[in-house]
Design a protein around this ligand. Sequence first.
Ligand code: C2O
Ligand code: CU
Ligand code: CU
Length: 503
Amino acid sequence: LGAGIDWQLSGPRTLGKTLTSQARLPEPFTLPGTVPAVLAPYRSDQTADYHQVTQRRATATILPGYRTDIWGYNGQFPGPTLAARHGRTAVVTHRNELDVPTVVHVHGGHTPADSDGYPTDYLLPVAGTTAMLARDPQAVIARGQRDHTYPNDQLAATLWYHDHRMDFTGSSVWQGLAGFHLITDEPEQALPLPRGDRDLPLMLCDRAFDARGRLAYPAQDPTFLHTPGVTGDYMQGVQGDVILVNGVPWPRYDVAAARHRLRWLNASNARVYRLRLDTPHRQAPGFVQIGSDGGLLDKPQHLDAIDMAPSERFDTVVDLTGYRPGEQVTIVNDLGDGTTVPVLRLRVTHTVDDTSAVPDRLVDLERLDPAHAVRTREMNFRMGKMTAMDGSTQDKGWLINGKPFDPQRADATARLGDLEIWRITSDFNHPVHVHLNQFQVLSRNGRDPRPTDRGWKDTINLDAGQAAEIAVRFTDYTGRFLLHCHNLEHEDMAMMANLTTTL
Ligand code: C2O
Ligand code: CU
Ligand code: CU
């Protein structure tokens, strides 16, 4: 642990304090599980699909008996799923009807810089923009809406989109600004994997609710000034006591006795999960992992448990063939201290003919060969004294290479096409995320990567005192991108750095 850190780590899955909800909470597994609706394009042409998304306030029934104010893409939490095909461009016009600036980012996307959602590329609210335009109709400002162009020129993958506003990503996402962005391609379509209603994207996030059922969050954002009593030291990140799956607390999915593809996304601000399967069968099938952050694995692997840090995705298949109606499987979060808490339940209601399969070979995966690397960079994620952008100094700040984020400073400048090795070190639990391209994990503490590090990754979770080496090659797009900690409170406390790509 680095100097100046004065808390005890009891393990990554119990890090931080958990906000305790004041509202009446439902019994686990009583609410039906859902899957976010797929966004329909309002227009399509030969090469592109055009979508419109409005970011706005809405109310949702998350806890039975309460109406909860949320911020939603199209007023929904989770937002609608963008389902894209490899090589077909999606143009998404985002319109901001909230009363704060926003900026949307597709996490894991290979996106040109002007569409990537840099934290200060603000999309101003429609209302504010109208007022500003009234003062100067020639003003060059985003007029409440902006087009983001996503080439989707990457492998089939489970990506997601979320708000990335400078200093406020944690509170914006907590209020609901997150959704799936799925890409499929021909190699994936050729596989006999479970599909249709047996292909379930599952967004996990934890939240806390005040006595009136409102989302509680301890930030300074004016939106949350209505949450009295929620204060404290959240240097470790904000956690809630209610686990939502696609926005539903501890849901129950009624399913067929068949293989199911469960695409896990940890959209929590700071919570790390260890997912386990609790099954009635002694020969517990566990999870079969078929994909990671950036796409399918070359071959499936069996995992008894899945460790999943904020923003990571694990694409898995769970085999319920042979289950009898009435039997059920519970997915729990193992807290690492001998206790587990519920996440969701799959209840088998009927039998079917299942022709799906998980082949031994999935796709061909390119290996990045570190022998071809042209440079090695050090990326040190740790706490230290810091001087903020306004010149003030603080004793504790989350820093990368000793510095808090400054949009004006070049931190890492990479040439397109160059293979680089990054050596990342960490004083705490930091899920380290890199924009623009997926990477591969070469080692952890000089030893082999973990099984859960396999495949293309855009986030690697480092525990306190760990070091990892990754291989990364940036391609196609020049400009200003980011690397950062994806503990959203750390990110908002300036644990970000610029990644600039050049020809
Ligand atoms: Cu999921 Cu820079 O973000
Ligand atoms: Cu990202
Ligand atoms: Cu962090």
